[in-house]
Design a protein around this ligand. Structure first.
Ligand code: DX5
Ligand code: ZN
Length: 232
């Protein structure tokens, strides 16, 4: 399938997920991945209710902000979500993604995110259809396709989501909306994901493997390998 992208969307962005970083050393980990070539920093917020895991909240995002020069991409796996959006905006998020499944009023949530001068992302679980998306296209800056069931890093990409990515790409047309892929991204599937229409690849385990904040060179190798695979 061929499709055109607006110029700003032509370059693939690699967004390491700090879910795979050293939780006792987040500031240094964020500095290390950016120094090693990460485009965005993906921050996974989990509430132990919407997903069966807990991470951290807006105070952690605010603490991370001075350690991130570029884009802080906050993925909210929480429900309810509306009451917390402002706190993440104040914490310095550039993108805030909320789940389609997080509540009955996702349109309101997206409007609230934009109202706080953040870019609005719509995250969609693997088992959820995309029938609602045409009615939300004027209100989103990014669609985050979950290619694993959210809650944990290190899972395998669910192959059925490739068709969903292609369908979303066709639906979006030439609108300036990113397609972000989250879960199970590796050098083996990056090219197919981009060919299907993605322009942002979140990667946790495949970026952080083999390195540390004190030994960040493997992060750079992993990011370059992903980028090279993604760009064919
Ligand atoms: C899953 C998270 C992802 C995850 C990606 O709930 O939203 O961001 O950490 O990790 P990998 O790349 O290891 O699948
Ligand atoms: Zn995520």
């Amino acid at each position: 399938m061929s499709f055109s992208r607006p110029p700003d969307f032509a370059k693939v962005k690699i967004a390491p997920s700090i879910l795979a970083a050293d939780f006792a050393n987040f500031g240094a980990e964020c500095r290390a991945i950016e120094a090693q070539g990460a485009d965005w920093v993906h921050v996974d917020v989990m509430d132990g209710h919407f997903v069966p895991n807990l991470t951290f909240g807006p105070a952690m995002c605010a603490a991370l902000r001075p350690h991130i020069k570029g884009v802080m991409d906050v993925h909210l796996m929480i429900s309810p979500v509306d009451a917390y959006v402002e706190a993440f905006a104040k914490a310095g998020a550039n993108f805030i993604s909320a789940h389609l499944e997080a509540g009955p009023h996702v349109h309101r949530t997206l409007q609230a995110i934009r109202g706080l001068r953040c870019k609005a992302g719509l995250a969609i679980n693997p088992g959820t259809g995309i029938e609602a998306v045409p009615y939300l296209l004027d209100d989103v800056d990014m669609i985050c396709v979950m290619t694993v069931n959210p809650g944990f890093g290190g899972q395998k990409l669910i192959a059925s989501q490739m068709d969903k990515i292609r369908a979303l790409r066709a639906m979006i047309g030439d609108r300036p909306i990113h397609i972000e892929i989250d879960g199970g991204v590796t050098v083996d599937n990056a090219a197919a994901l981009v060919a299907a229409g993605a322009d942002v690849l979140v990667a946790g385990s495949s970026v952080f493997k083999g390195g540390s904040a004190d030994n960040p060179a493997p992060y750079g190798q992993n990011i370059r390998a992903l980028r090279q695979a993604a760009e064919g």
